[in-house]
Write a protein that binds this ligand. Structure first.
Ligand SMILES: [Zn+2]
Ligand SMILES: [Zn+2]
Ligand SMILES: [Zn+2]
Length: 94
């Protein structure tokens, strides 16, 4: 089951991989894409899942700012340097 998400501005369905609405050019807010699609089976999982509930594949983190895939152990988004990787939690622990 592949679900697209709707543009908040015009309601057009866009593929999850789109960053901009194909209809109106509205920047698709990363906050709208809460579900992380499994890279293996395509199942959407809640963003707090670390593994796909369907097939057990490790899920990627995506930057809430730009939507880029962020390695889980890094601290910053490799694309926009937004502090969003789980590596940032290491600071709090030490
Ligand atoms: Zn739109
Ligand atoms: Zn999966
Ligand atoms: Zn980013």
């Amino acid at each position: 089951m592949h679900k697209n998400f709707l543009c908040s501005q015009c309601g057009t369905e866009n593929a999850l991989t789109n960053r901009f609405c194909t209809e109106c050019g509205n920047k698709l807010a990363a906050t709208e894409r809460k579900a992380a699609a499994c890279t293996d089976c395509g199942t959407e999982n809640p963003s707090n899942y670390k593994f796909c509930g369907q097939c057990g594949t490790k899920l990627e983190l995506t930057c809430p700012n730009c939507g880029e895939v962020v390695p889980r152990d890094s601290r910053f988004c490799p694309n926009c340097a937004y502090l969003c990787g789980e590596g940032r939690y290491n600071d709090a622990l030490t």
